[in-house]
Design a protein around this ligand. Structure first.
Ligand code: SF4
Ligand code: SF4
Length: 204
């Protein structure tokens, strides 16, 4: 990277990376607080499949920067993945196109450091005003929060929490994509998310 490239990188991502640092610290704390309920592990990539993946302009620019650093063989796999998804999209006639993220290679994120915001927060339960937290879909597939799920009601069960000897009920956090990409973060950290749309629409 020469100096001009360095300056361009700094200008574009310096403040965004400060925000990401802040976000990562916050999310690490949340995941840690909920560790008894979290079963994410490397190789579980269900949340990288069958979704829309909202991405803002700065997120896709950052992801593409991460892509540019990858070895050629990984880039080729991603390009093949992308071509497949675009083909599926071309033939899709429904309302909401769901797909496997092209950056997923052998069930691992190839641009982990540069992944999107939704990718960082997914897996936590979301706060819902005056209601119990909204759990991620993988709860119903034996993963996050499934150890305290009442299968009959589809709700989290305080009884199960007690039976497992866990200290506190699961907590829902304000970590929806809309909240985490809100204006107040743009103002605090001095950058702009820009337009938001499904990742695939940035890549076609
Ligand atoms: S959030 Fe759920 S689907 Fe995604 S890695 Fe964690 S356990 Fe797997
Ligand atoms: S960018 Fe990475 S973490 Fe995000 S959906 Fe794609 S493969 Fe998964």
């Amino acid at each position: 990277m020469d100096n001009t490239e360095n300056n361009e990188y700094d200008e574009l991502f310096f403040n965004y990376e400060s925000y990401l640092l802040f976000l990562n610290q916050k999310l690490t704390k949340f995941f840690d607080n909920q560790k008894e309920y979290i079963f994410c592990k490397k190789g579980c990539a269900k949340c990288c499949k069958n979704a829309e993946f909202p991405f803002s302009l700065i997120e896709i620019q950052y992801a593409l920067y991460g892509f540019s650093l990858l070895p050629d063989d990984t880039k080729n796999i991603i390009e093949e993945n992308l071509a497949k998804v675009l083909e599926q999209k071309k033939n899709f006639t429904g309302e909401k196109f769901l797909y496997t993220c092209p950056y997923l290679v052998n069930d691992v994120c190839s641009i982990y450091k540069y992944r999107g915001i939704i990718c960082r927060s997914f897996g936590l339960a979301n706060a819902v005003p005056d209601s119990s937290p909204r759990v991620p879909f993988c709860c119903f597939e034996g993963q996050n929060y499934s150890n305290v799920l009442d299968e009959k009601t589809g709700q989290l069960s305080s009884e199960k929490v007690k039976k497992l000897g866990l200290k506190a009920n699961p907590v829902g956090y304000n970590v929806s994509y809309e909240v985490l990409t809100g204006k107040k973060f743009e103002q605090t950290f001095g950058f702009s998310f820009g337009e938001k749309k499904p990742m695939i629409e940035w890549l076609e």
